[in-house]
Design a protein around this ligand. Structure first.
Ligand code: PEP
Ligand code: MN
Length: 356
């Protein structure tokens, strides 16, 4: 149930509605927007009786939310959510790039990669200190030592750190270093971990499970938001299909679909979807063209020597070109096509070359 307030409702009126919802034994979630504040009610097991609210000043209408997810939905918040971290942002006008190796490696390698990315203007550095590997015999991440290296990246280059929370045990120490806490695809269904990151005062990057529907992704986000953390970023990273030409199948249709159903920003991870580096650039361009708010990409100075996921890592030397090309796609989307003249579909072959 949403309680939609009048546009000019006062803070006192909104607080009175929230207090009445608490008295009914439910949890109020006020969400201010440009057009109106909506107060979402959670904690109810069946339909909410509005008797205790009817007549309170400042209420415009009650809307029953038709979907099982509420706080995630566009009905709750009509504007796109923009997640800000100081001067940086994910969502809205921003085209955000999170880049770095799959795992934190030696301090020398990790710092060299981070320094190069920082000089290219990349603001968000990714690398896992705790790795959810398919094989128990594969490298599992440097753990605490990896977190120390990530803290050095943050302190030396001023980059914001995106790293994965694997379990409750390591959550506290990793959240002390992470600016954005990543929940990996394999943990999207880990409801106890979702509740824990729901209590953090940090944005959460929630990756879609390997075979999760969008409703399941939204319900996972709802776990985080209903625990009080509204700063959730969704990520499409490829789903399991019958195709064997890529590691997973990047579901690009998820991007416009998510944007229609939810106000949360959506990023795309072309690296884990592709599994092989030559596909990363075309998938990145397509993701931006589909309306993604940005990308999370695996990059390495020497992919052949990477400690994990080397086959899908874009060599650092090729990364500036990818950055330029995604910016060109975004810029082409911002330009309003002229309506007075028919489009010229004979695109000269040099058009793409000039983006490189
Ligand atoms: C990762 O980003 O390092 C990762 C393991 O991704 P995913 O959870 O999407 O497999
Ligand atoms: Mn990886």
């Amino acid at each position: 149930m949403l309680v939609v307030m009048e546009k000019n409702a006062t803070d006192a009126q909104i607080e009175r509605v929230c207090a009445a919802i608490r008295t009914m034994g439910y949890e109020p979630h006020p969400m201010p927007g440009a057009q109106r504040t909506a107060v979402c009610i959670t904690g109810n097991r069946g339909p909410v009786e509005t008797d205790g609210l009817a007549g309170l000043p400042g209420i415009r209408e009650f809307i029953r939310v038709s979907k099982p997810y509420k706080l995630v939905s566009r009905e709750f918040r009509q504007e796109d959510t923009v997640i800000t971290l100081g001067d940086d942002a994910i969502g809205g006008e921003a085209l955000s790039v999170i880049a770095g190796p799959c795992s934190v490696e030696s301090p020398e390698t990790t710092l060299r990669i981070a320094e190069r990315l920082a000089t290219l203007g990349v603001r968000f550095f990714r690398a896992g200190a705790y790795k959810p590997r398919t094989s128990p015999y594969a490298f599992q991440g440097l753990g605490e030592e990896g977190l120390r290296i990530l803290a050095e990246v943050r302190d030396r280059f001023g980059m914001r750190i995106v790293t994965e929370a694997l379990d409750a045990d390591s959550l506290e120490s990793m959240a002390a270093v992470a600016d954005i806490v990543q929940i990996g695809a394999r943990n999207m269904h880990n409801t106890s971990l979702l509740k824990l990151v729901g209590r953090l005062d940090k944005p959460v990057l929630l990756k879609r499970g390997l075979a999760a529907t969008l409703d399941e992704l939204f319900m996972a986000a709802e776990y985080i938001m209903s625990a009080g953390n509204y700063r959730v970023i969704l990520c499409e990273r490829g789903i399991r299909s019958f195709c064997d030409h890529s590691r997973f199948t990047l579901d690009l249709a998820a991007v416009p679909a998510i944007r229609r159903m939810s106000h949360l920003p959506v990023l795309v991870d072309p690296s884990h979807a592709a599994g092989t580096s030559y596909m990363v650039e075309p998938l990145s361009l397509a993701a931006v063209a589909c309306g993604a708010s940005g990308l999370i990409v695996e990059v390495h100075e020497d992919p052949a020597l990477a400690w994990s996921d080397g086959a899908q890592a874009v060599p650092l030397s090729e990364f500036p070109r990818l950055l330029k090309r995604i910016q060109a796609v975004r810029a082409s989307m911002e330009a309003e096509p002229g309506v007075s003249e028919p489009p010229d579909l004979r695109i000269p072959p040099t058009a793409w070359a000039s983006c490189a």
